[in-house]
Design a protein around this ligand. Structure first.
Ligand code: ADA
Length: 555
């Protein structure tokens, strides 16, 4: 399943989860692999970087237009329908789709060529402190669509004269060579909105409703109220298409040094979470997503940062339902200027941001967008790219603040650009400074460097421990030391009124690439700073976090 609820009742939808035929370049053998999954789960491909081809048949009952949607392929996909190329997409972490018009009834073949190799073609998936897996790693959906169909819904709630209002933007497309006249209807919280729409041949049009909604209850951490928005298209009274989404009435604003939800300042305390689970790789199953959030909430967390890329929508659906605040960010981790000058970098970032916001806009749990984690913010060229990406986000979404997690301490020249200033700090792990002193120097610098009077978030803090390694000396890498350092850091940051949120690095241990030099500082080829290991086995720090998140952190 691609979402936690049905997005269509009228539109014919078939999920293509299941066994696909598979061939790997350089392997003279036929395989069958499950979709979604990573090919690294197969003993022949445990650490394989290469090109694999997935194929399967689909049967179409009635001739017409079909639409294929991939929620995630890692990291590059070339899609063929009956041998004709219909899509090319880069980036494992954002969805993409393709339409084939006037397909005859009967059996057809889908082929997906998948590439997880590194090189100049991949500016964002690189040897890094997380692993780039290979495969069709998120759900695939096969739809039959009418000539006129509902492509997207964007829901923007706001308060006017003390009452909940919302702007509802429906993007309606026409894939036929003839103009279409349809009636569009949207139903939300008992209100029905109707409009006639004319769409030119092979064109799209935006229909906008802007209404007051009486009697709705706000979405919040304590009461994450959600509402279904049902939209349909009809011609001469016959319904031909529909799209259902789920929304929440809430506003997010930045005022002075706080972030406000529905007019009240709120504090975020949570984890950085990679999409990585011991046996799933990045194709984390729904039950493991649920387990992750159950564990985070057991530790009294109320927030999660999708480090360092857009997440699976089912995880965002769970956060919507649980009132968990989400910092979602585009795909970038630790790029130096020379990495950012890869000729594909800016376009691949732009595509990722566009696809992230187009697809995740309606999730009330997303309260802040992030970009370019620890990239070259100390350079003029880097600043130009930061500014360009902030501008792109703000052009698409004026309802959420923007930020970026910096590690260019005392040299970052971009702090005047975001709404919220965030920094990553590993005091007492990488450097043995006094935590409070180092924090004061950081915040003093932020205030002098463009971040004055802005909310401040500690976007990463942490220490490593090897699960099961106990040592009464409490030396580094022991569970004891990790628990000590988490306590010492949280006691400082969560008692500092100038800070409105903390994210521990990281929720769970995650696999890292052997390529590059990560192996030297990442025992087991894992980033071992998880509070639980990759099998979600808790380390001693689990109870430390549970205690401190339970009693500290508030506005
Ligand atoms: C950085 C980075 C994380 C991780 C962390 C660490 O802050 O943003 O992805 O690499 O350091 O473990 O050192």
């Amino acid at each position: 399943m691609k979402r936690l609820f049905d997005t269509h009742i009228i539109r014919e939808v078939k999920e293509l989860d299941g066994m696909w035929d598979f061939r790997m370049e350089g392997f003279d053998k036929d395989y069958q692999l499950p979709v979604p999954s990573v090919w690294e789960q197969h003993p022949d491909f445990l650490a394989h970087r290469g090109k694999g081809t997935y194929t399967r048949k689909v049967y179409i009952k009635n001739s017409g237009n079909i639409r294929l949607e991939f929620k995630g392929v890692s990291h590059t996909a070339d899609v063929y329908f009956d041998g004709e190329k219909i899509a090319h997409h880069y980036n494992a972490f954002t969805p993409f789709s393709a339409i084939v018009k006037n397909v005859s009834a009967g059996e057809h073949e889908i082929k997906v060529e998948v590439d997880n190799t590194f090189g100049v073609h991949s500016a964002l998936h690189t040897p890094n402190d997380y692993y780039t897996y290979g495969g069709i790693t998120r759900p695939v959906v096969f739809e039959s669509i009418s000539d006129a169909w509902i492509k997207n819904i964007h829901f923007t709630p706001y308060i006017k004269d003390g009452k909940w209002n919302a702007k509802i933007e429906l993007l309606i497309a026409n894939v036929s060579d003839n103009p279409q006249s349809v009636t569009v209807k949207a139903t939300l919280a008992g209100k029905e909105m109707v409009s006639g729409v004319n769409i030119g041949a092979n064109d799209e049009t935006l229909t906008v409703f802007d209404e007051e909604f009486d009697g709705v209850n706000a979405w919040s951490h304590e009461e994450p109220n959600l509402y279904y928005i049902n939209t349909t298209l009809s011609v001469d009274g016959e319904e031909i298409d529909d799209l259902i989404d789920r929304v929440g009435f809430r506003t997010v604003e930045v005022r002075d040094t706080k972030i406000y939800l529905n007019g009240e300042p709120f504090y975020m305390k949570g984890f950085n979470r990679h999409e990585d689970y011991a046996v799933d790789g990045c194709a984390v199953t729904l039950q493991h997503m649920v387990q992750d959030l159950d564990l985070m909430q057991d530790m009294n967390a109320n927030a999660v940062r999708t480090c360092h890329y857009p997440n699976d929508e089912r995880f965002l659906d769970l956060c919507d339902e649980r009132g968990i605040f989400v910092w979602e960010e585009n795909h970038a981790r630790g790029f130096k200027l020379e990495d950012m000058q890869n000729p594909n970098f800016e376009q691949q970032c732009e595509d990722c941001i566009r696809e992230m916001i187009e697809n995740h806009y309606n999730h009330p749990s997303i309260v802040i967008w992030g970009i370019l984690n620890e990239c070259a913010a100390e350079t003029d060229e880097g600043r130009r790219m930061y500014a360009k990406q902030y501008d792109q986000i703000r052009s698409m979404d004026q309802s959420r603040p923007v930020t970026s997690a910096t590690c260019r301490h005392f040299t970052d020249i971009t702090l005047d650009l975001p709404d919220v200033v965030s920094f990553n700090m590993y005091t007492k792990w990488y450097k043995d400074d006094d935590i409070a002193d180092r924090n004061n120097r950081e915040i003093d610098w932020i205030k002098e460097s463009g971040g004055d009077n802005k909310p401040i978030i500690v976007s990463e803090l942490g220490a490593a421990a090897i699960y099961g390694y106990r040592d009464r000396s409490r030396c580094k890498w022991s569970e004891e030391r990790q628990a000590d350092l988490i306590r010492e850091n949280l006691e400082v940051y969560m008692n500092d009124y100038r800070i409105c949120g903390v994210f521990i690095w990281q929720f769970a241990d995650c696999r890292v690439t052997e390529e590059g030099d990560w192996f030297a500082t990442r025992a087991r080829c894992h980033n071992n700073k998880g509070i639980v290991d990759e099998y979600r086995r808790p380390k001693m720090a689990y109870d430390t976090v549970k205690e401190l998140f339970g009693r500290l952190g508030g506005i």
